[in-house]
Design a protein around this ligand. Structure first.
Ligand code: FAD
Ligand code: NAG
Ligand code: NAG
Ligand code: NAG
Length: 413
């Protein structure tokens, strides 16, 4: 296209990006690209944006993510309403008597806790509603998506924010398979509004006195749990169990569970975990199972005018609280690169995005994989399986979230 006779900058049509996927990575990119002067359209395959989806649970946000989100929405004070401080990262061993021993304690963790659905809603509501299309009303480019869809939707840039099973990634890496971690997770969110004074809540607070500011990791041989409080009177818990790969339907990572499975889970939990935590599990409505997958780092995450972001670019296990964090950072870096290079140099912008994000994300994914295997007592090539009851200080240091590469000093641009 020849723009040489066009009048100054402001009269140029804005470059246009098509973002596939309207979850955290997609809506974050929408914010970052709008700020960079782009016009965006977000295509989300769920009829409604995944707002309020019951599978959403708790997550931890680091300070930089919070700052970036505040800069996108222009309302940082609203983010405070949906997050609560999480200054402490604590790992402790639970032994046979169900007593606890501190393995590693980090009081400068300085993250915040949020409910997935509340964070998504926060980002989503701050965007103009007309940028969202559902698959019913538009046809996406069959060339890229490999679907039955026929009519084309034009854009200067295609942003693949379509999650860990990305179809767009599949187009470039047809043989790539996600890697099962060796364990799955039971998880749930206990809504304790109205039962603040119940024995369950009093007892769990007594046993975990720093709930409300601490991310608790309880470790028993071959098993670990996460427990933390999220805003609006909710407790988020996760229990990882070593198991053969479950058979899941379609691209789901969530497993349908029967009442029998739930009862069996409670009984097994009683054998290892503190009774107060088991009681929280018992009172949680609809606990569900997440199979845990990740993927070996990709060689590329950009091609011509196509770019991968979020879980599409780097599916990861959850042990370093990086998934949401990486999505937000991908979006911020992508926006800054596009702004720096301008719409005439999209490929240069994408190359720079890749050169900044790929090395960081690759290291963080591999580190999270290693931490997961350590915490689950699984084999590693270079050390013996971790046992929380006999571990030394050096081994315990690896458990901390701050051990992840690039913690607290992430290159932006
Ligand atoms: C409902 C839900 C609940 C979650 N809850 C938590 C949580 O509690 N804690 C946590 O840490 N992480 C949670 N996550 C994961 C977390 O959001 C992501 O791991 C991370 O933020 C990266 O997000 P993403 O946007 O890259 O991928 P995802 O969150 O997986 O989103 C991908 C999106 O793309 C859409 N999509 C896929 N293919 C197409 C297509 N062909 N056309 C149009 N749209 C498409 C999907 O419907 C989905 O909305 C949740 C994700 C979802 C979808
Ligand atoms: C913690 O993060 C907040 C931003 O969320 C920042 O303002 C504050 O200075 C940080 N505190 C420490 C001790 O790093
Ligand atoms: C994890 O806990 C379960 C339930 O008590 C137990 O059956 C299992 O053996 C533990 N896993 C390992 C690897 O020890
Ligand atoms: C925005 C963002 O996600 N930032 C953090 C992501 O995680 C890295 C590594 O821990 C931190 O350094 C970033 O600040």
């Amino acid at each position: 296209m020849n723009h040489s006779h066009e009048l100054p900058h402001r009269n140029k049509p804005k470059p246009r990006a098509v973002i596939v996927g309207g979850s955290i990575a997609g809506v974050s990119c929408a914010h970052a690209l709008i700020l960079a002067g782009w016009q965006v359209v977000v295509i989300e395959k769920s009829r409604r944006p995944p707002k309020g989806n019951p599978t959403g649970a708790g997550l931890a946000l680091d300070p930089l993510s919070q700052e970036l989100i505040g800069s996108w929405t222009g309302r940082p004070e609203l983010l405070h309403d949906i997050t609560s401080p999480l200054p402490i990262d604590l790992n402790q061993a639970i032994n046979d008597e169900k007593t606890r021993k501190i393995l590693a304690r980090d009081e400068k963790f300085n993250h915040s806790a949020a409910h997935w659905a509340a964070l998504h809603d926060h980002l989503f509501s701050a965007l103009p509603p007309e940028i969202f299309l559902d698959k019913q009303s538009v046809k996406i480019r069959a060339r890229v998506l490999d679907t039955e869809e026929t009519v084309e939707l034009d854009g200067d840039l295609l942003v693949a924010a379509d999650g860990s099973h990305s179809l767009i990634r599949h187009h470039y890496f047809p043989d790539l398979k996600l890697r099962y971690s060796g364990y799955y997770a039971w998880r749930g969110v206990l809504d304790f509004a109205g039962i603040e004074d119940s024995d369950t809540i009093k007892n769990v607070r007594e046993a975990h006195p720093e709930l409300g500011k601490c991310l608790y990791f309880d470790l028993a041989p071959g098993n670990h749990t996460i427990l933390f409080e999220i805003p609006n009177k909710r407790l988020n818990w996760v229990w990882f169990l070593n198991q053969p790969e479950p058979h899941l339907k379609g691209n789901s990572l969530t497993m349908k569970v029967s009442d029998e499975m739930i009862q069996k889970m409670y009984q097994d939990a009683e054998k290892i975990w503190h009774p107060t935590l088991v009681q929280v599990m018992r009172e949680t409505k609809e606990p569900f199972v997440n199979a845990i997958y990740d993927c070996d780092p990709l060689e590329r995450i950009v091609w011509d005018n196509v770019v991968l972001v979020g879980d599409a670019a780097h599916p990861t296990t959850p042990h370093c609280a990086r998934s949401t964090n990486m999505s937000i950072l991908d979006a911020a870096v992508l926006g800054r690169c596009l702004e720096k290079w301008g719409p005439e140099n999209i490929m240069a912008a994408l190359e720079e995005y890749q050169s900044i994000r790929l090395p960081v994300a690759s290291k963080q994914v591999l580190h999270a994989r290693r931490v997961g295997r350590i915490k689950q007592g699984l084999e590693l090539p270079d050390c013996k399986p971790f046992n929380p009851n006999t571990a030394n200080w050096e081994e315990c240091k690896m458990l901390q979230l701050r051990a992840v590469p690039f913690f607290g000093h992430n290159p932006l641009l």
